[in-house]
Design a protein around this ligand. Sequence first.
Ligand SMILES: NC(=O)c1ccc[n+]([C@@H]2O[C@H](COP(=O)([O-])OP(=O)(O)OC[C@H]3O[C@@H](n4cnc5c(N)ncnc54)[C@H](OP(=O)(O)O)[C@@H]3O)[C@@H](O)[C@H]2O)c1
Length: 285
Amino acid sequence: MTVPDRLKTPRAFLFADPAAHSLSPRMHGAAFAHAGLRGTYEARRVSAAELPAAVAGLRAPDVLGANLSLPHKEAALPLLDSLSDAARAIGAVNTVIHETGQLRGENTDAPGLLAALRDAGLAELPPGAPVVILGAGGAARAAAFVALRDLRRPAWIVNRTLERAQALADEFQAFGEVWAASAGATPWDAAPLVINASSAGLNDPGQTPLDAALLARLPAGALVYDMVYKPAETRLMREARALGLSADNGLGMLAHQARLAFRAWTGADVPAHVFLDALRPPEPA
Ligand SMILES: NC(=O)c1ccc[n+]([C@@H]2O[C@H](COP(=O)([O-])OP(=O)(O)OC[C@H]3O[C@@H](n4cnc5c(N)ncnc54)[C@H](OP(=O)(O)O)[C@@H]3O)[C@@H](O)[C@H]2O)c1
């Protein structure tokens, strides 16, 4: 899809609650400028009760679509006209695409994660070896989809609440070999890739989803990908690096999911570095 000429100032949104601290306006503002489009991207605080009306408003002719974040990624599904295969399988929509009155739900978190893992050195990991996913919420569902469907690797789901990990593993059986396990029963020494899709460390930098003693059981050369990106080096990343492992934060995933949403809305293939550069804090004057 390309932006029609009649759309002099196309609009896109983020619906989330809270929304004030989102980095998405910076990224999409930079992308509009790079693409030479006079578009706007506005982060709106939308409560659960307000979501149906906000989504209905996306059918306006000058609207390209919206990103959805907590707590709307699952709740929006029945409000849309169609869903991509990934959005349906993951059960979450982070990008709504408006095309002539029709709203399509897409999940760019999953391909965004895949692109970020490639940037972080995925190609150097032994093929076919298992992935351990920490967490069992929406982000973990996207990670399980990537592990099973895109990477065709077996997956172990490890979550604070084991029942939720088990429910996710049961649901994703159709996509490949997937198990739920307690941290103690997980085959860490066989897993060259660990993805933190839990919120541990998000609001408390002292927190980690994985004890250093378990990290130490990962094979040499393993990659630890933390979807959390504040602070830029999380405790999980710091402890993994101290053991000589590779580690990366979730900024790459954030940038790539935005790049893919922007491309779906406008047809413009803005390079990932534009989104990543927009995430860097401004240089002190
Ligand atoms: N980088 C990106 O672009 C990107 C994209 C999407 C999400 N994320 C990040 O991914 C994380 C998860 O997001 P989500 O949407 O999946 O959230 P969610 O649906 O609320 O799930 C949160 C998960 O984290 C677990 N958890 C929470 N606090 C924990 C703690 N202290 N120790 C261990 N586990 C804990 C929960 O376990 P229980 O089941 O036991 O409650 C649950 O499995 C967030 O940090 C989010 O910011 C990043």
